[in-house]
Design a protein around this ligand. Sequence first.
Ligand code: WT7
Length: 645
Amino acid sequence: MSEVKRYPVPDSFRQRALMDKTRYEEWYRASIEEPDTFWAARATEFLDWSRPWDKVSEWDFRTGDAAWFIGGELNASYNCIDRHLPTRADQTAIIWEGDEPDQSRHISYRELHEQVSKLANVLKQRGVKKGDRVCLYMPMIPEAAYAMLACARIGAVHSVVFGGFSPEALKDRIQDAEASAVITADEGVRGGRTVSLKANADKALAHCPSVHTCVTVRRTGGKVNWDEKRDVWYHEAVDAASADCPPEPMGAEDPLFILYTSGSTGKPKGVLHTTGGYLLCSAMTHKYVFDYQDGDIYWCTADVGWVTGHSYIVYGPLANGATTLMFEGVPTYPDASRCWQVVDKHKVNIFYTAPTAIRALMGLGDAPVTKTDRGSLRLLGTVGEPINPEAWEWYHRVVGEDRCPIVDTWWQTETGSIMIAPIPGATDTKPGSATLPFFGVQPALVDADGKALEGAASGNLVIKASWPSQIRTVYGDHQRMIDTYFSTYKGTYFTGDGARRDEDGYYWITGRVDDVLNISGHRLGTAEIESALVLHPAVAEAAVVGYPHDIKGQGVYAYVNLMAGHSGDEALATELRNFVATEIGAIAKPDLIQFAPGLPKTRSGKIMRRILRKIATNELDTLGDTSTLADPSVVDQLIDNRLNR
Ligand code: WT7
């Protein structure tokens, strides 16, 4: 194996960092030996509580039950806004950078307070109550953050659905959560193109009788249809509302939000997070992993439709009284320099993005980067998928000019906050490794039988003990949470990821070990894409696997067996791609569609995905035993016509 490079903490960074190695090790030990004492101290330090808790934690990984700060009361909106007002009313809370470079706005904590309170009152007037679910289907505009915080303020549970999802996907999520209200915009704008959010919402809402109210932000002024009874213009309602809305006291274990994410089977699951533990961990990781210090300008490029946007654009930064930048556009519009121009324009100190964006920008050369200054940058971060060492090195050398540590942060929608990542003033980094666990996190590796692996080893990544921001349930299907996360390896939380631990105890995440794909850092279940494909009248059967893709990390490879009378030509392939986009969203479009007269199956009719994966990744030498197949000849057919050579 090639020599792994090690990057020590740069002296210039260490000198002003919040935490050094000694303190990381001390805190980590304390967090494992006396977790309740550790977390109680952090919960007091990071959050304001209207009622103290009676008990710090109660959990059991044999059942998956977990509760933190039991009996305590707080409000997330109060913690993200009101309590900062005495010292930060005029400080910028959100810098909004629009799709076009000449559009940006600064929103102070005072303004944030006013906007959130008004919208909270609008929701109340429309009958939204504590515990009701509100679905947000929004572009990256400040109103998306206002809407999340307005829900939190009145105790409504938000469910943000990524604006790139189709009406069909939106409908499923609204129905599953039985949302009573939807907040959307007339249109979103990204990379110079508009997305008809309200029209999509209208399509979904035709099948969602639970929704009595749809609040629409006017973003572009594009034409929309209107249902007088149900629809409300955001600006009209907010203008007329009072700015006085006392935050609802919430139990630490009251739900804060639901966020749908894909698994290896069935429809996406509504991951439910609660108030106290989630807010604590998002704030604490934001401070220590990003070394966030007062006055820093912090930019996370994620969309609020994903958990990264929840924890690291909205809740974590705002709980810490930070200035968080929210970007409406894409990294390559109007050109490949955009990110670095935004960094210079707003003097961004901390920049957090996904490997797929880094790879795409790397492919466009150094010049768009080096023509900008980037002198303000102090720290870089990545999330969402394994980062290949080449991309890591480029990010470090060209973007960060060897001055900025990179924090490669491993976590999941279900974990709520960062679990494995360097503490930048404390941890030497190695390109491609997420390094060491955060406080309170106890990762472990197990083999296929669940046997614990010690020392340097490769295996399945599990977590041995509860942490405050862990998933509490799958909305409406608690058994599914138990089955998915707490049944595979008894007594532990199973992440679905494989990992290697090296001789220094550093973790190297190798990717999913289940039927979940990671397309440009977005999670998609192969089963979901297959279900979409077979809805098409020409499709008899479909099997989907991932294959390595230069930019996206993984691409979608679909094997499709057609109904009699249909021919697998390019026109049909295009039609199927668009069909998947309509059913799920553009991110799920198959990159490669191989039409096949049959799929490899066992005699009992089970599709042999192992073989399909090997063909898609062009690993024909290691196909394994095909003699147990019902019809071994289909494999030769598939190999002859394979698309990734
Ligand atoms: C899956 C979770 C949590 C933020 C975004 C994705 C993969 C995430 C890393 C990383 C290698 C990573 C894992 C994980 N993943 N971060 N730093 N290195 N893999 O959230 O949609 O819930 O996906 O993303 O496979 O299980 P998500």
